[in-house]
Ligand binder design. Structure first.
Ligand code: TYC
Length: 120
């Protein structure tokens, strides 16, 4: 697990600008609780089917996921035997784009290959 970055923002509490002795200008300062979470990353997953040719799937993995032939073949065979496989992990926008690219390209070539994404 990556170390969380500590937010260094400071919350200035301006409630008591005049203290009990009537001295002006007292300001208390406390660390703010960090409230931002890192956005989730997404696994892009291809699914097996009975019709898409193996070499087409290998070509998809090379073209859209920058895999070399060896890795693309290994992932394709894993999907073929186990039903599904992870092609990569991306930010939500990039994952959505990969899913759309794979499905559009497959439809254009009349293959039913399905691709989906889920939080990593
Ligand atoms: N099962 C397909 C076949 O036998 C090959 C295939 C592999 C299809 C992976 C889709 O995501 C897939 N031709």
């Amino acid at each position: 697990m990556r170390k969380r970055r500590v937010a260094r923002r400071v919350l200035v509490v301006m409630g008591e600008l005049t203290d009990k002795q009537g001295q002006e200008g007292s300001v208390s300062v406390q660390a703010a609780r960090p409230k931002l979470k890192r956005p989730p990353m997404y696994k892009v997953i291809i699914l097996n089917d009975d019709y898409t040719p193996m070499d087409f799937v290998v070509m998809i993995l090379e073209k859209f996921f920058a895999m070399n032939r060896e890795k693309a073949t290994r992932i394709m065979l894993q999907v073929h035997t186990r039903g599904a496989g992870v092609c990569g992990i991306f930010s939500r926008d990039i994952a959505e784009t990969k899913v759309a690219q794979v499905e559009n390209y497959s439809r254009q070539h009349n293959h039913p290959l399905k691709c989906t994404m889920e939080v990593a």
